[in-house]
Each structure stands twice: as C-alpha cells, then as structure tokens.
Design a protein around this ligand. Structure first.
Ligand code: GTP
Ligand code: MG
Ligand code: ZN
Length: 353
C-alpha cells in the first residue's frame, strides 16, 4: 500500500510544494484522542504527536490536525513514532457550530469526499435536522448522501412516505434506505464507495453509524450500544473520530453522534441546500428583503401560488436569520478562542512529562 491509496492525489502533491519542511514526509491522520494522534503512511499506522512549533504557532484550534488531514511528519524510534510538523491545506472540511452560546466551530473531519447523513426510521427522523446536516455538508465542499437506517422498524408504506416527505420539501439528493439487521440496501451503500476515496458517517447518537461501519468491515470490531427504549435516543457510544480503511480500499470515518447540530452560520451552504428558495430570493425587489411583508418579494409570491411549500419557506427563513446572526458574532468572537487556551494548557502539561 502507498500513500496514493490513502487519497494522496495530485491536488495534495501540488500543495506539498508550498510546504516548508522538505525533511518530512506525508502521512494521514486516522484518529485524534486529545493530545495523541494516530497516523497512517500507507504501510503502517503509528502514534504521533504535534511538534512544539506547530502547537504554539497555530492561531486557532481548528487549524490543528483533525481526522482525515494530511500532515508532514518525521519518524523516530525506528519508525514506530512520529512528530507532526506541518498541516497540508484541506481540500474539504466538515465543521459544526459548537453547542452553547459562544459561536465557534468545531472541526469534524478533513478531506472527506462524500458524507453519509444517517437518520433512523424511528423518532430520530426529522426533516429540519436533515436540512441542517445538508447545509453543513454542502458548506464544507463535501457531497452529501442521505441514508435512512433501521428500515426493518417500519413498513414499506411508511418508508415510502418518509422518502416522499424528504423530496417534497425540495431536497433533491438521493435517499438510500438500509437495515443492518436484514442487510437490506447495504449493497447500494457499498456500490457508492470507491477505493482511495474517503467517506464520513454523520448523524445523531444511536442511528447506527458504527453498526454500519462494522457491517462494511465484515467484522464487529467497534463498540455499539442499544438506544434507550422509551425515546429511541442513543447513548453516545462512539467517543472519538476514527478513519478506518476498508478491504475495498475505501476509507470511512466514524464520528460520535452529535448532541445538537447548531445553526450553521455560513450562507454558502444555505444557498446550496436551499437552492430553490435562494434563487427566488435573488428575484426579490429589495436586496435586503426579509421575505415577510415587503412588496415584490419573490419568496412570498412563490409561497402564495404554491411553488414553494410553507414548510420549506419557514425553514429557509429560520436558517437564514440564524446564519446572519451567527456570521456576525462569529467574526466578533473569533479572537478569543477559549477552547484553544485550555487545549494548550493540557498539551504543555503532557509535554513536561
Ligand atoms: N432495528 C435495527 N437496529 C439497528 C440497526 N442498525 C443499528 N441498530 C441498533 O441501533 C443501536 C445503536 O447503534 P450504533 O451503531 O451504536 O449507533 P451510533 O450511530 O454509532 O451511535 P453513537 O456511537 O452513540 O453516535 C444498536 O443497538 C444497534 O444494534 C438496524 O438496521 N435495525
Ligand atoms: Mg457509534
Ligand atoms: Zn423576499
């Protein structure tokens, strides 16, 4: 195996010329566990740590290596340990707004080609949440694929209704339905995955991300746990992000279920997953139209003559107001990255050891 098989393509080769360290070689981050990293260089997966320089001179925690990142490393101890000196530019980046009132972003994974957005066919199914995930994924320059899991829990009619509900809200992405219990639909997921490409599993805790990974691996090697019976909520079983290389040569990143997916503060992603509404908004008479009471509002007109559903109209309004708000405060709050300060402290402590 060589690094090309891990996704090191011409794009990264080109970027390598811009990096500073010529005494290093590229490797891919496969797991991050606080201050400790796992990297793969095409032949072995080994432990790695950040160089002091990288740690101290990185402006934001989001610029430190994440799962999926390409890094420039130097080897020690007969190649069993490495120091990460530099981060390659990212071809794509999945990040979410962190929970709480501070508007900050948390990197989920880097250099992902396709994100599988999972929702299960029980109480977890929620179109508004799905829309938020789509915004996040589109914004990160990643291609989304929607997967409904646990289809064994519902009738074919109910499943068809869920799928048409998704399509009726104007979401144009294809929807796959699977069950790891009956193995239905698993082939169609495998067929989407190609060697050398990187995929990411996203979705609430308990939707079956790790179970799907285990199915694709053909062996149950990662821990899964029952959802709570009374409300179908998961138990946050997976605690770290991890990139696994499948036998087919495709790579799959499992992530911990997100407690909440906050408002996404990037208008780019919104206009992509709401392209119908966003295109209409361009035709409004006033450029600062709030799409509520203004004369000549194209959105309201479309709502009235039925070209735009009320549901879709409302989620577009909601998301775009949140987005404007968060974009503003994000810029203001960018300076003080409290998480980063905390992170530096633990790193310094562990380096003294
Ligand atoms: N009925 C049914 N249950 C499933 C299916 N797939 C997974 N499950 C069950 O759902 C529960 C949660 O699965 P996990 O794979 O741990 O969920 P997860 O998305 O990885 O959850 P976190 O790691 O907490 O984010 C487990 O009890 C699985 O056995 C399915 O296709 N049908
Ligand atoms: Mg899991
Ligand atoms: Zn308008």
């Amino acid at each position: 195996m060589d690094i090309n098989k891990l996704g090191f393509n011409d794009w990264f080769k080109e970027k390598q010329k811009e990096l500073q360290r010529v005494d290093c070689s590229p490797a891919r981050v496969t797991a991050v566990d606080r201050e400790s990293y796992l990297i793969h260089n095409g032949s072995v997966e080994i432990r790695a740590e950040l160089s002091g320089n990288l740690l101290y001179n990185t402006a934001s925690i989001n610029d430190l290596p994440a799962v999926g990142d390409w890094v420039n490393v130097q080897y020690y101890d007969d190649g069993t340990f490495a120091i990460i000196h530099e981060l390659f530019p990212r071809k794509s980046l999945l990040q979410r707004k962190t929970s709480g009132r501070d508007v900050d972003y948390q990197v989920i994974a880097a250099n992902i080609d396709i994100a599988f957005i999972l929702q299960s066919c029980d109480e977890n199914f929620n179109i508004h949440r799905l829309e938020r995930y789509l915004v996040m994924v589109n914004d990160g320059q990643v291609k989304p694929v929607i997967i409904l899991t646990k289809k064994d829990l519902v009738s074919e009619d109910d499943l068809a209704l869920m799928i048409s509900n998704i399509q009726n809200t104007g979401i144009l992405n294809s929807v796959y339905a699977i069950s790891t219990r009956s193995e239905a639909g698993l082939d169609s997921v495998t067929a989407l995955m190609n060697a050398g490409k990187t995929y990411c599993l996203l979705g609430s805790s308990g939707v079956g991300k790790t179970t799907l990974l285990n199915c694709l691996l053909g062996s149950g090697s990662f821990e899964t746990q029952d959802v709570r019976a009374f409300d179908s909520k998961g138990r946050h079983t997976t605690t770290r992000r991890q990139l696994t290389i499948l036998e087919s040569g495709a790579m799959l990143v499992d992530t911990p279920g997100m407690r909440e997916l906050g408002a996404i503060g990037m208008s780019d992603g919104i206009s992509q997953s709401f392209s119908d509404a966003a295109n209409l908004a361009l035709e409004c008479k006033f450029t600062n139209c709030t799409h509520t009471t203004e004369t000549g509002c194209a959105l309201v007109a479309a709502l009235e003559d039925g070209r735009l559903s009320r549901e879709r109209y409302e989620s577009f309004l909601k998301l775009s107001t949140e987005s404007n708000f968060h974009e503003m405060s994000y810029l203001e709050k960018r300076q003080k990255d409290r998480d980063f300060g905390k992170y530096i402290k633990t790193m310094k402590k562990s380096m003294k050891k």
